[in-house]
Ligand binder design. Structure first.
Ligand code: FES
Ligand SMILES: [Fe+2]
Length: 471
């Protein structure tokens, strides 16, 4: 600002019209791109089981046109969409006992792409020996269909996170949400936790005067959290820890974790923060590129008594392009509804087809987004080694610990500045407790360990001098 309070850049639209190109190293996932090849080394969900009925389903994943189907014997096929013969789409094929038969000339394939029959040929022996339809290994798990699209000799085991088998009444319900924009802006949105206090609160929902405006009613969610971010898993993931002061001398700490390249789990979703002691993840998501301009969230809603003790979640509202929390998670509303009460879908899709990193003006609240990008870039450039604990547990078929959770502590409130420091220190302590719990035998033991440590923190002021507020 100049001394007369006139901004030197006022009315500068004419000078600022140039838009830099996208950050393709991170955003592009077509075959042969750095991120595309990296992402292909992990099992990816490609559709919901309920989408595979008696007809093949055309899908597009990371720029590849594919077809998915369930053979009559119940095996899952995920194949290149265009028939190896002369290119007819297998979405018009006939599902058989062993695989699929092309509609055009009847070439018949097993789910692994093996040509079984070419009925227009009087002798198909040579073709059967030399032709194979492109196919990927695939399987179903709790209503999601997963495929491995990477190099066959690098196919990893499927990672089992402990939240899938959380002790008690845990149930996983598959869902998808489709976004017409690049995958990364949807994925990194989760590290941008400050937006929940704005986008999902009364600040934008016209005509609604309470914090349930966008359908989210966790007590305190409308308050600006005290944020910190950390790399996890030797740089193969990251978390945010969001701390909020609640009435009654309580502190609510929420942890959400990303596991790279495109997996995340968030905390619980329903209005229990004020009385819940320690709740586990309410939602798992993979952020799967369709192509550089479209993506799908595919994941599980977790239903159990710690994330939904009041039974407010709705399994019936989870499925193909629908989810039971928050308005504005899908593009299924009218344009006017989106304008009057925008949600994640409107905010993220409107960042352009591919968000332009070079045009951004980040602030301190964006540290998590920039940490995510830096860690992803380090992975692509070979600067980060695989996480030894992840590798060891996956190789042994053991469950993997996840840090996503909500914990509520009884902590006396201090004057504002000290209370902020105290909440930061509690967040760091909670991450220490979580890391220490990695050595526990299973999800139940880990949960019990964390609860014991939370009990020890209750009632104590935890202040670390000069607690830094950045990563
Ligand atoms: S194009 Fe598929 S059998 Fe001919
Ligand atoms: Fe959001």
């Amino acid at each position: 600002m100049t001394t007369d309070n006139v901004h030197p850049l006022r009315f500068s639209g004419y000078k600022n019209r140039d838009i830099p190109g996208p950050d393709t190293e991170l955003t592009s996932t077509d075959p042969g791109t750095p991120m595309g090849e990296y992402m292909r080394r992990f099992w990816q969900p490609v559709c919901l089981s309920e989408e595979l009925k008696d007809l093949p389903k055309a899908i597009r994943i990371m720029g590849e046109n594919l077809v998915a189907f369930r053979s009559k014997r119940g095996e899952i096929g995920v194949m290149h969409r265009h028939c190896a013969h002369r290119g007819a789409s297998l979405e018009y094929g006939i599902i058989t006992h062993d695989g699929i038969r092309c509609c055009y000339h009847g070439w018949s394939y097993r789910i692994d792409g093996t040509l079984i029959e070419a009925p227009c040929e009087h002798d198909d022996t040579r073709l059967k020996q030399t032709v194979c339809q492109g196919a990927y290994p695939a399987f179903e798990r709790n209503g999601l269909v997963f495929a491995y699209m990477g190099p066959p000799d690098q196919q990893p085991p499927f990672p089992e996170f402990d939240s899938y088998t959380f002790p008690g009444d845990n149930k996983l319900v598959a869902f998808s949400n489709i976004y017409p924009c690049n995958w990364l802006q949807v994925y990194e949105n989760i590290m941008d936790h400050m937006h929940t206090a704005v986008l999902h609160n009364k600040m934008v929902a016209e005509g609604v005067d309470d914090s349930t405006a966008a359908g989210l009613s966790l007590e305190g969610f409308g308050d600006m959290p005290v944020m910190q971010w950390e790399a996890t898993r030797s740089g193969n993931g990251c978390v945010f820890v969001a701390g909020r002061r609640l009435p009654g001398n309580k502190v609510w700490l929420r942890i959400t974790e990303m596991v790279f390249p495109n997996y995340l789990q968030i905390g619980s979703l329903l209005p229990t923060a004020a009385r819940e002691r320690h709740g586990n993840s309410g939602c798992t998501r993979w952020n799967v590129p369709i192509d550089d301009h479209h993506m799908m969230i595919l994941g599980y809603r977790h239903f159990n008594s710690t994330v939904d003790p009041d039974g407010m979640g709705s399994e019936a509202d989870c499925g193909v392009d629908k989810i039971d929390f928050l308005d504005g998670q899908t593009g299924n509303r009218s344009y006017e509804e989106g304008q009057r009460a925008p949600g994640d879908w409107e905010a993220i899709v409107s960042q352009r087809k591919v968000a332009i990193h070079g045009s951004e003006h980040p602030g301190s609240s964006d540290v998590g987004v920039y940490l995510c990008r830096r860690l992803l870039r380090d992975l692509l450039r070979g600067k980060t080694q695989p996480d030894p604990l992840y590798e060891e547990l996956v190789a042994k078929g053991r469950t993997l610990p996840l840090y996503s959770q909500d914990s509520v502590l009884d902590i006396p409130e201090l004057p504002a500045a000290e209370d902020r420091k105290q909440i930061l220190a509690l967040g760091k302590k909670l991450m220490e407790i979580n890391r220490a719990a990695d050595g526990q035998a299973d999800a139940a033991a880990r949960d019990a360990y964390i609860r014991r440590e939370l009990d020890r923190l209750d009632g104590r002021a935890v202040v670390i001098e000069n607690t830094p507020e950045t990563v």
